[in-house]
Design a protein around this ligand. Sequence first.
Ligand code: CIZ
Ligand code: SF4
Length: 321
Amino acid sequence: ADEKTFYKEKIKKLLKERDAVMVAHYYTDPEIQALAEETGGIVADSLEMARFGSQHPASTLLVAGVRFMGETAKILSPEKTVLMPTLNAECSLDLGCPEQEFSDFCDSHPDRTVVVYANTSAAVKARADWVVTSSIAVELIEYLDSLGEKIIWAPDRHLGNYVRKQTGADVLCWQGACIVHDEFKTQALTRMKGLYPDAAILVHPESPQAIVDMADAVGSTSQLIQAAKTLPQKQLIVATDRGIFYKMQQACPDKELFEAPTAGEGASCRTCAHCPWMAMNGLKAIAEGLEHGGVAHAIEVDEALRVKSLIPLNRMLDFAA
Ligand code: CIZ
Ligand code: SF4
């Protein structure tokens, strides 16, 4: 506890000295989210993180999340210093969609509009017509479908399938997956629902289709927090990273939240509903990032690439506005 207090105080001091503000994702650990709130920063999904960071007057952004979130912040705010606790916080969706292979895939379907999830590298964004987050995915694909466009969707196949089903659009999916959401298991979820028959099931659409099919509410992180508030049920089984419980419990303190099960009987669970890369954003790493900056912590994006990736990102922000 003393060590935690030490680092929290140090972070508060460094944030002031550096004219920095914390931008944290819902999936970071509760104490990180609490610190972001306490110091005037924000806890949000990747769309809101991007917007908040670009509009905030601070000259330095400390992004507690994974690398693509830091990159997005830098693309939108090149004049700002963007620091991360570690540059090794990856994302299986980003890793599973390498630039060259993706570009070749797009080249072989030149008639399709390229829509990529925010969980991608700057290089993959630069190849896209649109960037999208899960909070606006269905609306955007509906809109593109109404224009008669055929879609390439990358990288998350579950979210792509979900969007296809919701909109009826012609969607060709890249076959990526989130290692956290991919682990939710239907048999175990059915058993859990048996234990809590009155509970509502809330599901992020990066989860497998069979899990989505069991849901009372499907949505992005911010949409799930909203659903938790508005659904009448007092017990909620939640299939997304358990980091979200911090803000969800704040939003509905009277409700009981359960983690959806991540492994079938006998199977071992690799991630247990918590992203190992999000978990790298600890207090010590944040303090070090703010203190040292430099190549180990500062996000840089090549200027030509930045300008290219800014186009589909701005389309997303304009569409979502
Ligand atoms: O799974 C993720 O990393 C999410 C939900 C990102 C986001 O859009 O906030
Ligand atoms: Fe990527 Fe999944 Fe981690 Fe989100 S939770 S950063 S999608 S690996």
